[in-house]
Design a protein around this ligand. Structure first.
Ligand code: PHE
Ligand code: NA
Length: 455
């Protein structure tokens, strides 16, 4: 069959783990997790986030990988294929469609933030962080936010990097990036953690992250924690489904997913533990500063630690690369769809999508400066709307649809076959949670989040 010819399967078993980790670990862990934790009060938010990962994120991730591997195609066609096999309506392929849309939206703002990290690479390399304190680090960050041409320049550079790599073949580039650079990022985070213990206020940082009062739990925080759980695991939009479609049959899905989830969570917690001790030791920097948290706190560290220019350059470079292995997976579903369904050339599909994401990304750039007061929805700039639409609407709905489909509509036999390497005990635990727990929790949190936002 044509589809089988076109759709490659990764030769090595480990490739899926590497690619999925590359997709999962990114700005979500190092930039976003710390700042939303800071904005939402710390420990209570972290607890809700961890619960969302275990009860919702990981079970849905198993379902999404399984759907991809069963369907062996891009998310839209994989869902068509699986639905046909189980005798369900083709409408389930809307899951793939929403995913392509969500991935595209995320790509548009993600590349702007990745652009900030590129700017910080060059600043670090010039030794530009030397002597930074709370005030100067904040001033440097605000200056960047106001500088449209620099923002656009780096956004463009980052998107060009992404497009280039996809053209030259994802697998090899990805493998090297993840096999060598991810461990290096991990080591550098440990170095930063060590420095934070030595020079920062580690007790306050750890206390902020890991202790809470019941009264700190909030609905808005819960909805953000859930959205972030999907975002950080790259769930609900087909990225992991697309990677699952390349996964060989002789791999256990549950074990693989557990590994990726553990790595992703560890990186996020490490980033938080490196950042907050510095925040608490620095006058003028508060946990709730928002998206600038990492870009304000870490330069202070690099400005004062020995060999800070070297560490700073390498660190921001690694963060850029982590972001880049994530954007590849944001692009993959859409590119695979255009090539497999409409026979687009890979390069053409790529350039088309990247160009549109670049255009849309300009609305994020302007939200930081000229359009700061422009409200696309009540109280939200276009950037806020993109964030809200993806993590609080599209990803939860995509994940909900996947959980409901696999839990209630897919035929049991193909399902069991995909998970045959996992013990029947694990299978039934997973299946029970996916059927009864995850969908209800997603639905409740989703509705409360929307009500909380607009009521
Ligand atoms: N998981 C990535 C991160 O944490 C972001 C991402 C979301 C990538 C969705 C792909 C799909 O940075
Ligand atoms: Na992540």
């Amino acid at each position: 069959m044509k589809r089988a010819q076109q759709h490659a399967i990764w030769g090595r078993r480990g490739t899926f783990i590497l690619a999925a980790t590359g997709s999962a670990v990114g700005l979500g862990n190092i930039w976003k997790f710390p700042y939303i934790t800071g904005e939402n009060g710390g420990g209570a938010f972290v607890l809700m986030y961890l619960l969302c990962i275990c009860l919702i994120g990981l079970p849905v991730m198993v379902a999404e990988v399984m759907l991809g591997r069963r369907g062996r195609a891009n998310p839209v066609m994989a869902m068509e294929q699986v639905a046909r096999e189980s005798g369900n309506t083709r409408l389930w392929s809307l899951i793939g469609w929403f995913g392509v849309l969500a991935g595209f939206l995320i790509l548009s703002y993600y590349s702007v933030i990745a652009g900030w990290t590129l700017e910080y690479v060059t600043t670090a390399a010039r030794g530009g962080f030397a002597g930074f304190d709370g005030a100067s680090a904040s001033a440097a960050f605000s200056e960047l936010q106001g500088d449209v041409s620099t923002l656009v320049q780096w956004q463009t550079a980052f998107l060009a990097m992404t497009a280039l790599i996809i053209m030259f073949g994802v697998t090899r580039g990805l493998e090297t990036a993840v096999r060598i650079l991810m461990p290096l990022l991990f080591v550098l985070l440990l170095v930063l953690l060590g420095y934070a213990i030595y020079a920062g206020d580690f007790a306050s940082g750890a206390n902020f992250l890991f202790s809470f009062r019941i009264s700190d739990l909030s609905l808005d925080g819960l909805s953000l924690a859930l959205g972030h759980a999907f975002f950080t695991l790259s769930l609900g939009m087909g990225a992991i489904m697309a990677y699952g479609s390349y996964m060989p049959h002789n791999t256990s899905i549950i074990k693989t997913v557990a590994t990726v989830g553990l790595l992703d969570t560890t990186v996020a917690l490490l980033a938080g533990m490196a950042i907050f001790p510095i925040v608490f030791a620095t006058p003028g920097v508060e946990p709730e500063v928002g998206p600038g948290l990492m870009f304000v706190s870490l330069p202070i560290v690099f400005g004062s630690m020995p060999f800070g220019a070297v560490f700073g350059t390498v660190f921001f470079l690694l963060v850029t690369l982590a972001a880049w292995s994530s954007t590849i997976s944001l692009l993959e579903p859409a590119v695979a769809y255009l090539t497999e369904r409409f026979r687009f050339h890979r390069v053409a599909a790529n350039l088309l999508i990247v160009f549109c994401a670049w255009l849309l990304g300009l609305t994020t750039v302007f939200s930081l400066n000229r359009w700061q007061d422009f409200q696309l929805l009540p109280g939200m700039t276009p950037f806020d709307v993109s964030l809200f639409m993806t993590e609080q609407v599209l990803l939860p709905l995509g994940a909900l649809a996947m959980a409901v489909y696999v839990g209630w509509f897919m035929k049991r036999r193909p399902l069991r076959r995909e998970l045959k390497l996992d013990s029947s005990q694990w299978f039934s635990r997973w299946f029970t949670v996916l059927r009864y727990v995850s969908p209800v929790l997603i639905l409740v949190v989703f509705v409360l989040g929307i009500v909380g936002k607009f009521a």
